[in-house]
Design a protein around this ligand. Structure first.
Ligand SMILES: [Zn+2]
Length: 322
């Protein structure tokens, strides 16, 4: 079942398909956790479904649908980051071999005499050669061949690739439908409001964070920053706790959010002459430092000293300017 905010997009694409206006390549872009992947999957199945006259979801019963659900449809391919066979770890990019193999496959006759459909997930992770290879395919569109590129970072795709796709923006719904949907996922009203606020009104992200106990993590980060500022906890201890498990990235994200809120307050106070102008600049630089650390977490480095250093700077900053 698709999330409600995806249904108009689904209908639009299916209508375009049946009226012969669907382009060769679609770029589904928008924030994480809004269901872009499920949408592409539903669209691929709809395009391949043999009950062609309906403008609803794929029938789920025809040969094409059965094969699709089993993952054995010969006219469908999904491309994404593969695992390195030697190390078992994910590769760093979508490689040119994957795109070339897909392009060669795409021009062959369809097995079920319908279209051929490709999903490229995390499309921004194609390396330069892969993007160039894809460009050739995009420049020579074939009838009955459809590509769905999915990304939450469209700017990281080359402009040449972007310009050859029909762009489909996936956006969060307004506050009320978002809140309603989050509560339908079994989250209590108060928690749903708080999570939505933290997640910038992205309901998918709010539910994702609910599953990670996001509210408790947020409260703890706030407490830790307070204790750090007052000198009640050592920076080394807080750094150790923040880095202790899988939730480090979320803690740093919340930390940056909290600091960002403070920065907005300081900016206002500064404009009224109640805060030193350089305080906002320094706090902004500090937030950049937290974000850089967050982005470097996937690298096999020691992060504890860097984080403890940032927390020390936080204490200095707050004691100097508060
Ligand atoms: Zn079907």
């Amino acid at each position: 079942m698709l999330q409600p905010w995806l249904l108009p997009v689904f209908d639009g694409v299916v209508k375009a398909y049946y009226s012969g206006h669907l382009g060769h390549a679609q770029l589904l872009h928008g924030p994480q956790h809004l269901g872009k992947d499920a949408l592409a999957q539903a669209l691929a199945q709809r395009l391949l479904c043999q009950r062609q006259n309906s403008q609803q979801m794929a029938c789920g019963e025809c040969t094409a649908c059965q094969r699709f659900v089993q993952g054995s449809h010969g006219d469908f391919r999904r491309i994404g980051i593969e695992l390195n066979e030697r190390t078992g770890k994910p590769k760093t990019a979508i490689g040119v071999d994957q795109i070339r193999a897909m392009s060669e496959w795409l021009i062959l006759t369809a097995q079920l005499s319908g279209p051929r459909v490709v999903i490229i997930e995390t499309a921004h992770r194609m390396n330069v050669q892969a993007s160039n290879a894809l460009l050739k395919t995009l420049e020579e569109p074939m009838p009955g061949r459809y590509l769905f590129l999915i990304t939450d970072q469209p700017k990281m795709l080359p402009a040449t690739v972007r310009s050859r796709c029909q762009r489909i923006a996936i956006a969060a719904p307004g506050h009320d439908p978002a809140l309603q949907w989050v509560m339908q996922q079994g989250i209590k009203p108060d928690a749903a409001e708080t999570l939505l606020l933290l997640a910038g009104h992205n309901p998918g992200l709010a539910v994702h964070w609910a599953q990670m106990d996001g509210i408790a993590i947020h409260q703890q980060v706030r407490k830790d920053l307070e204790a750090c500022m007052k000198g009640q906890s050592s920076t080394a201890d807080i750094a150790k706790q923040w880095l202790a498990d899988e939730q480090t990235e979320l803690r740093l994200l919340f930390c940056a959010q909290i600091a960002h809120g403070l920065s907005a307050k300081w900016a206002k106070a500064s404009s009224q002459g109640q805060q030193k102008p350089q305080s906002v600049q320094k706090l902004q630089e500090w937030i950049d430092g937290i974000n850089r650390l967050r982005l470097s977490l996937s690298q096999p480095l020691r992060h504890d000293l860097g984080l403890a250093g940032l927390l020390f700077d936080w204490r200095q900053l707050l004691q100097e300017f508060r």
